[in-house]
Design a protein around this ligand. Structure first.
Ligand code: ZN
Length: 182
């Protein structure tokens, strides 16, 4: 039986707090929550299940979005039609990033933001993330394009930042040549 996660809405103050490092290895309870997140993010990106369970499509979730202020992020990336890669990073750090900036042309969305927010969110085109897996082994991930945006979006959640904080209010859209739109 699939039970939907209780995701906090943007008005909840916990989304504005800085999360603390998680203790490793993760508890059985945390691992269970991670599996629930993976299931829900995967289902949300498969139309049949998204409709069946009334899920908004999303590729990432951070623990603070569940009201748990631990530095854990989960990303389910559809790298090819119907094929998904799961990324679970505990205590992630962006250790290097490209000079080149990109933005999602259609803007970003967030499972905690239940409305459309228009505007381009500037992000690094490529990032390298270091952190730990659920058992405490060190991991390093290189991400580019859409996946790079996802990692930056989720790491922001650990620092109480929502994507629209990064949209320039006076000039929310970039022009051609100012940034690469993907
Ligand atoms: Zn989000």
């Amino acid at each position: 039986m699939f039970k939907k996660l209780d995701i906090l809405d943007e008005k909840d103050k916990r989304l504005r707090m800085t999360s603390k490092d998680a203790t490793l290895p993760l508890s059985k309870e945390y691992k269970k929550i991670i599996q629930q997140i993976i299931d829900e993010l995967t289902y949300s990106q498969i139309e049949e299940y998204a409709t069946k369970y009334d899920l908004r499509p999303g590729m990432g979730l951070a623990f603070p979005q569940l009201g748990i202020l631990d530095r854990i992020i989960v990303i389910v990336h559809e790298y090819e039609e119907g094929k998904f890669d799961n990324y679970v990073v505990v205590n992630p750090k962006i250790v290097s990033y490209s000079e080149e900036m990109i933005a999602a042309e259609v803007g970003e969305g967030c499972l905690s933001v239940n409305r459309d927010v228009e505007g381009h969110v500037p992000r690094y085109a490529r990032v390298t993330i270091e952190g730990y897996d659920e058992d405490g082994n060190k991991i390093k991930i290189r991400a580019r394009e859409e996946l790079s945006i996802a990692f930056q979006h989720e790491v922001d959640h650990l620092n109480g930042i929502l994507f629209y904080d990064r949209i320039n209010k006076d000039k929310p859209f970039f022009n051609e040549g100012e940034i690469r739109l993907i």
